[in-house]
Ligand binder design. Structure first.
Ligand SMILES: [Cu+2]
Length: 366
């Protein structure tokens, strides 16, 4: 009887293994036949080369994210943070695929790092957005494949668990993925919309400890600053609120560029804090404000809210040349804490849209 039980158990295990292998093998072999491409990721605000309309059937898009812990200066007055980054930038690079493509990610945590990391994709389905499958210690790498079934722009971020999750996220460990509809973007009337260029802006709240004299503290490792930073984080008051990793990353000589007549797509993410974006001198012609490309975009908005943990997309056709400010319209967070970008637009001025009729002069007596 006992021998029979053992035999049945062995047969059971063999059959489970057999059927799993058949099912898994079928799935894998069907994926073997589809096209594989490698996407070269680039540092924001640039976006990777991509097609707006998918020219072929769903494919496997391979990307590699290298985790890098690095001490970064984030303001001219010397504040610095042990940034935790994907590929060395805050935010991490924008990844672009089409709906129903597969993303095959190799996540690498080099032995030069000090902490465990992982990645949670808001675009993914199951297993904590792949966070549960991607925990890696320094010296390890992991490969995970996700099917992107939802069209939109989505945040990804590190989520190791407990207090480490907000600690890593507010240390810069977040980015975004854009999942385009296979047929491209649509306007409010359902017509296809093309853009001439795209920029990726990641907004980041930083919580930087100070000593008793009010000087920013510096640490030799990320973990050394953990308890001090948690104290500042508990105030919910950021020391800095910046675009693309530091104060001034997208202003002055670093301003974004465009030309009159160009349609520019702005992808904007904030992994940890609500924001509200406004383009001074322009509008959100089309705004996918919760990031879903399945929904009809809102049109002609003055300011659009982006909740914490969300990426959004906005398309604007520039009609006038000049310097535009693109900012978080909590003006304390933008002007005092850093959440502002500039767009330098070249082209011909349209007097019909705006004209100065009289230069400033002394008030005339009537
Ligand atoms: Cu991390």
């Amino acid at each position: 009887m006992k021998r029979m039980c053992v035999l049945l158990r062995v047969l059971g295990v063999i059959s489970v293994v057999f059927y799993s292998a058949v099912a898994f093998g079928a799935n894998e072999s069907s994926l073997d036949s589809i096209k594989r491409v490698t996407q070269t990721l680039v540092a924001p605000p640039a976006v990777p080369k991509h097609e707006q309309i998918a020219k072929s059937a769903p494919k496997v898009v391979q990307v590699r994210l290298m985790i890098e812990e690095k001490l970064m200066q984030i303001s001219p007055d010397g504040a610095s943070v042990w940034a935790m980054t994907y590929n060395g930038s805050v935010p991490g690079p924008l990844i672009i695929v089409h709906q129903d493509d597969y993303l095959e990610l190799t996540l690498v945590n080099p032995s030069t790092n000090t902490l465990e990391h992982n990645i949670d994709f808001h675009a993914a389905t199951g297993a904590m957005g792949a966070g549960a499958l991607t925990h890696i210690d320094p010296g390890e790498e992991v490969v995970v494949r996700l099917k992107l079934t939802k069209a939109g722009v989505f945040v990804y971020h590190c989520a190791p668990g407990g207090a480490m999750t907000p600690f890593h996220v507010v240390s810069g460990m977040n980015g975004a993925i854009m999942v385009l509809p296979r047929e491209g973007l649509h306007d409010a009337q359902g017509d296809i919309v093309h853009y001439d260029r795209a920029y990726y802006i990641g907004e980041q709240d930083f919580y930087i400890p100070k000593d008793k004299k009010g000087h920013y503290k510096r640490y030799t490792t990320p973990a050394e600053g953990l308890s001090d930073m948690l104290e500042v984080m508990r105030t919910l008051t950021p020391t800095f609120e910046v675009f693309n990793g530091k104060v001034g990353a997208l202003t002055g000589d670093n301003a974004l560029k465009a030309r009159v007549g160009e349609k520019v797509l702005f992808i904007h993410s904030q992994a940890n804090k609500d924001t509200r974006i406004h383009l001074i001198g322009g509008h959100g012609d089309l705004v996918w404000r919760d990031g879903s490309f399945t929904d009809t975009p809102a049109s002609n908005l003055e300011t659009w809210a982006i909740p914490a943990g969300t990426a959004a997309a906005m398309l604007y056709e520039f009609r006038q040349p000049g310097i535009y400010a693109y900012l978080n319209h909590n003006l304390i967070e933008s002007i005092l804490l850093g959440a502002v970008a500039e767009i330098k637009v070249e082209g011909t001025w349209d007097d019909d849209l705006m004209k100065q009729i009289q230069k400033p002069r002394a008030i005339k007596k009537k």
